[in-house]
Design a binder for this molecule. Sequence first.
Ligand code: ADP
Ligand code: MG
Length: 328
Amino acid sequence: MSLSEFDIIANYFKRPPQQASVSKSIGDDCAIVTVDPDLRLVMSMDTLVAGRHFPDTASAAQIATRAFCTSISDLAAMGATPCWFTLGLTLPQVSEDWLKSFSESLFAIADRYRCDLIGGDTTQGPLTLTLQVHGTLPQHQALTRDAARLGDSVFVTGTVGDGAAALTVLCDHSIILSQEQRQYLQDRFYQPEPQIETGKQLLPYARAAIDISDGLLADLQHIASASDVDISIDVDCIPASTACEQVFSSPDERLEKVLTGGDDYQLLFTVPENQLESVLSLIQRGVINATRIGHVVQKKQTQAQVYCQKNNQPFFLTGDKGYQHFAS
Ligand code: ADP
Ligand code: MG
């Protein structure tokens, strides 16, 4: 390495913290932050490996925004407010151009969500990023996977399937798509919009929530299993973008991608009957963008399950993953 580990930190990552809550940041053995006594600390960690979580062709700026946005998406899924994060950065070699672009892009996106970089670790090896994100929650409110109850309505934010459509387009340049839609999908992949504001808005009304990283059905299954309930959804209600419709022009393929594709970072959440009106009003007033797609129903078997309906008929995916997990 031409620059030492300490040069890298000093030149690219050390910056005065933006928040008064940070009393020690990058440069000491540990960071010190003050948590408001009325709030609880919420933490989550994610690792991104080159070639696995993003294509080897991704630019430094794209890697930075994807790493940050997908990491704080977990805070959104709890209804938490992001505050601070640490960065474990493993680099194969030192490129000052790469580091400049990466750190500028990282600070730009972190500033947008008022989240301070307060520490990390820098090592040499295959390109890998680990972000530990820290946020806060009020003492008695949280959106958790185990909170869904019989009779709750199930909602999803935004459109689903964009992550899968983006990956398809990134890997297959022969797909015909307008420049605008190509850009839309690329942005959805490299800068998915963490649903922080929506999560916060939902805190008083919703029960369970999760962000879609593995796929809509797989992530709904996490809520079903943790809450020990069955969930029934109408697959015709799930919104897809026009770009997604263009990429997957066969309706069957599109539905499979919408249900199992993943990488969407939208929120799935459940709402009890007595809060339904409040949530529908948030949607109507444009405060949140969400669609009702199903219900929490009585558990039929020992294992909690997710059922799909299409045209009021039971619908089963024929793909291996979906079939194994979700067919009765
Ligand atoms: P130590 O040897 O005490 O663990 P380091 O030399 O690893 O400390 O790091 C020095 C300081 O730089 C610490 O405050 C650490 O949190 C911070 N730091 C190291 N790498 C990064 C990084 N990639 N991003 C942000 N801060 C970092
Ligand atoms: Mg260290």
